[in-house]
Design a protein around this ligand. Structure first.
Ligand SMILES: [Mg+2]
Length: 235
């Protein structure tokens, strides 16, 4: 019999995404410095434009390349210079480069997921551009461990409640596991289900204080220990 429902996040929970974006930002910063267009708090400016674009357009792949271009144009303006079309294209390429990088499945994930699957109903719930996220999930090869995969625009308490009632039936046996306090942990807590925070670099858009203390882990192995402990306690 199933011990319950596990709802996993994808990016930076099961696969590393943030380091690739950081590498692209570093390439952008060195280009700006080479052009002697540096400005104070350049990375914060990139993040602000990125958040602004997500607010305007929702999660779309071109938000990041466009944020880099907006930041470049800001730098030009700051120094009283004209933006150069060739540089704009180079910067767009830096932004798009992140989507061509191979996915890195995080340590312990390929061992722990099949083991958990023996005892739990498993869902993968990820935010972003549907086509892009589905391709990434398939590329990672991790889709085989899940009963279902959902790509959503927003993760809120209503979503967690409805998944729980559709796939488990009891709030007590549901867990949300993810690296974003804003998307994976707080809405799960609001819905009355358990949560485990995977400590990993989180994108700026996702920063928020925890609504209540939850177990925090760094590796997927630890998730398994927590679930095992919990199921022993509740019998
Ligand atoms: Mg995530």
């Amino acid at each position: 019999m199933s011990k319950g429902l596990l709802i996993f996040d994808f990016d930076d929970t099961l696969v590393s995404t943030n380091p690739v974006f950081d590498a692209a930002k570093m390439r952008f910063v060195s280009l700006i410095r080479r052009l002697t267009l540096d400005v104070p708090n350049l990375l914060e400016i990139v993040n602000e434009y990125d958040k602004q674009l997500v607010r305007e357009k929702g999660f779309a792949r071109d938000c990041f390349p466009r944020a880099l271009v907006r930041a470049y144009k800001y730098c030009c303006q700051f120094h009283g210079k004209q933006a150069d079309e060739q540089v704009v294209r180079e910067i767009e390429n830096i932004g798009w480069w992140v989507f061509d990088q191979p996915l890195e499945v995080k340590e312990g994930v390929p061992e722990v997921l099949p083991a958990l699957r023996e005892n739990y109903v498993m869902l993968l719930v990820t935010k972003g551009d549907r086509k892009h996220q589905m391709t990434k999930v398939q590329e990672s090869g991790l889709d085989r461990y899940f009963d279902d995969v959902f790509v959503v625009n927003e993760k809120d308490a209503t979503l967690f409640s409805s998944l729980c009632w559709n796939f488990a039936g009891s709030l007590r046996d549901c867990w949300s596991i993810g690296n974003s306090i804003k998307s994976d942990i707080n809405p799960a807590l609001c819905a009355g289900i358990n949560a485990i925070l995977m400590r990993a670099p989180t994108w700026d858009f996702e920063t928020e204080p925890l609504l209540a203390p939850v177990p925090e882990v760094e590796k997927m192995y630890e998730v398994r220990f927590i679930l095992e402990e919990q199921s022993e306690e509740t019998g």
